[in-house]
Design a protein around this ligand. Structure first.
Ligand SMILES: Cc1cc2nc3c(=O)[nH]c(=O)nc-3n(C[C@H](O)[C@H](O)[C@H](O)COP(=O)(O)O)c2cc1C
Length: 222
């Protein structure tokens, strides 16, 4: 798989097969992913890859807490506002995804079931959590994003799908407790990993993108 293929092939996977991925596959991915760049080669990322009964316990607690409407308490506050363009894209994603899944606005039962699935990381057998030492430099967040995307692209080559999941860090205390992540680590992001359910509407779905001119200006080029 070449780079362009991997970039175009990657998409958020929202339906996973339950079979665990052999540890050797992750070891290979991680060895390569660690070639990712970072500020001054500081490599500030801390990563915890979870599966098995431990992940099941986390998922179970997430379902219970979100069902009880326990307010999320992420280490990094979720964005409260977006500008108009970003809000339009965000809402557009939700509408398009629900349309693809055949979930109507009125169908509260199906919507709740979908959110419950999200609390269970869409059935993924593994989640890799990115955490940072307290007192981290803000650029470490950038470095963390780079390594997660590098892992996501390398995972594709192994036939694995991924989904970045901000919702997987809404109750960081639960993840810390079950995964043995020390209290002085800030939980940034979780990314679900596993084999995708082929042909599931959630995985066939493709989100839209703006045109290059919406984001990019050329100055004195060509
Ligand atoms: C930082 C970050 C957090 C995300 N959190 C969630 C999430 O909690 N739930 C979810 O379903 N998708 C989540 N996503 C996936 C985005 O919705 C997805 O990347 C975006 O719609 C583009 O679609 P694509 O990944 O299929 O190309 C997240 C993505 C990023 C980068």
């Amino acid at each position: 798989m070449d780079v362009k293929e991997a970039v175009l092939e990657r998409r958020s996977i929202r339906a996973f097969n339950p079979e665990p991925v052999p540890r050797e596959v992750f070891e290979k991915i991680m060895e390569d992913a660690l070639q990712a760049p970072s500020w001054g080669n500081t490599q500030p990322w801390r990563l915890t890859l979870i599966g098995g009964g431990t992940l099941e316990k986390i998922k179970k607690e997430y379902v219970r807490m979100s069902g009880e409407k326990t307010p999320p308490n992420p280490d990094f506050p979720m964005p409260a506002e977006f500008n108009v363009i970003q809000k339009t894209r965000y809402q557009g994603l939700g509408k398009a995804l629900f349309r693809a899944l055949g979930i109507t606005r009125e169908d509260k039962k199906k919507r709740n079931a979908y959110y419950e699935e999200m609390m269970q990381c869409f059935g993924a057998p593994h989640v890799i959590y990115l955490h940072l030492d307290t007192g981290f430099n803000p650029y470490a967040l950038m470095d963390g994003g780079i390594i997660l995307q590098t892992i996501a692209l390398l995972a594709l080559e192994q036939g694995l799908g991924t989904c970045f999941l901000a919702q997987s860090v809404r109750y960081p205390g639960v993840v810390r407790k079950h995964a043995g992540i020390p209290d002085d680590q800030m939980l940034v992001m979780g990314m679900a990993i596993g084999t995708p359910v082929e042909d599931h509407p959630a995985n066939v779905f493709r989100s839209e993108r703006g045109k290059p001119e919406e984001f990019l200006r050329y100055v004195d080029v060509g």
